[in-house]
Design a protein around this ligand. Structure first.
Ligand code: AMP
Ligand code: MG
Length: 350
């Protein structure tokens, strides 16, 4: 199949530019599109066969459910059983990088939800995503537009790398603003459980709910035999080919000094060692496979750059990768969670 690339011109009206892609989706085809979190691989969420095509294109296990994207919060009424918590979240954070799990209505096929009786709903903020959903007139089922297991795509070129010739079209709307997938929450009596951390932080959720609980799998390896609440999180994710070690700050004095000495030692012995570190290390930590992902305190920048850097490592000859972890507050928790998955929970305490 020839994949058409549709480059968006933001100085012109969007509706006409996405019209053909919207028709492709309605017909049962697949279109990758930009959102503020990462690029999504979209298909008609009311079409069981479109969902199957999404799983096939990504090589994704079919028990890993998709998120359905709607234009405005009240559109959810048609597809799931909403509740007060949903509207509380919607009023505070939608459109935006948050996904809510709700009981599904019959109209949503089980192939979209990986066989679950619940469905994940999100209302994206990105103007191109919104124009596409509006023009299609159907909810758009979309997981991240990457090959299963690889880092989520934060630019059209990442999608081209993974899915060219496997899908009908890719809409190029530039780099993703946030760079990490949406926060996923499940409402429950008196509060919410966070299943996946993201751009809407625990701190932000705590402003509207008294009780915000974190799913255990966010910072710990899920070793129990029971089904995890967010099925996708059980799979190996974001992993470059080389082994990744995550360097965690456990409160020892002079953390940066210790880390720099450790990294220098590694680079002296093996100059091809892969490193992801803060901009502040730039003068001392130098090497062919060293990437700087923003100032230490700049979580938003780390979020934006992380997946692109992880992908770049696959084009290097780094035998091992050492990454400095972010602070766990705010968006830092989401970054730490993705780095844990990329490292397969390989933590170094220095
Ligand atoms: P992706 O955005 O590509 O990571 O895929 C969507 C993710 O949303 C899945 O991997 C799940 O972790 C989560 N998800 C989707 N639907 C549900 C659901 N009904 N219940 C719990 N988690 C879900
Ligand atoms: Mg994904």
């Amino acid at each position: 199949m020839i994949t058409e690339i549709v480059k968006i011109d933001f100085s012109k009206p969007l509706d006409a530019q996405v019209q053909k892609c919207a028709e492709t989706i309605v017909r049962g085809g697949l279109v990758a599109f930009p959102t503020e979190t990462v690029y999504g691989l979209g298909g008609n969420a009311l079409d069981a066969d479109a969902a199957k095509k999404i799983y096939a294109a990504k090589g994704r296990p079919s028990d890993n459910p998709l998120i359905i994207h709607i234009e405005k919060p009240s559109d959810a009424e048609e597809y799931c059983l909403t509740n007060d918590s949903y509207y509380k979240i919607a009023n505070a954070f939608m459109p935006g990088p948050i996904t809510v799990i709700l009981p599904k209505k019959e109209i949503i096929p089980f192939s979209v939800t990986g066989g679950l009786s619940t469905v994940a709903v999100r209302c994206p903020e990105h103007p191109v995503a919104r124009a596409l959903i509006r023009a299609a007139g159907v909810p758009i089922a979309a997981p991240s537009a990457n090959t299963s297991g690889r880092p989520s795509p934060t630019s059209a070129s990442h999608v081209i790398e993974d899915l060219s010739s496997k899908i009908d079209a890719i809409i190029d709307g530039g780099d993703s603003e946030i760079g990490l997938e949406s926060t996923i929450v499940m409402p429950r009596d008196g509060g919410v459980t966070v299943l996946r951390p993201g751009g809407i932080t625990v701190e932000m959720l705590s402003e509207i709910f008294d009780d915000v609980t974190l799913d255990e799998g966010i910072v710990k390896k899920n070793e129990s035999a029971s089904a995890p609440l967010a099925p996708g999180m059980k799979y190996r994710h974001y992993a470059p080919r080389a082994t990744v070690f995550l360097i965690k700050d456990v409160g020892n004095a002079d953390f940066d000094g210790r880390v720099k000495r450790f990294l220098k030692g590694k680079l002296d012995r093996e100059p091809l060692t892969g490193v992801i570190c803060f901009d502040e290390y730039r003068d001392e930590i130098i090497g062919k496979n060293v990437f700087y992902f923003g100032k230490k305190a700049d979580d938003d920048e780390h979020a934006k750059r992380l997946f692109d850097i992880l992908r770049r490592f696959d084009k290097t000859d780094a035998p091992e990768i050492y990454a400095t972890a972010s602070d766990l507050r705010g968006v830092g928790l989401a970054i730490y969670n993705r780095m844990l998955k990329a490292s397969g929970f390989n933590i170094l305490e220095i």
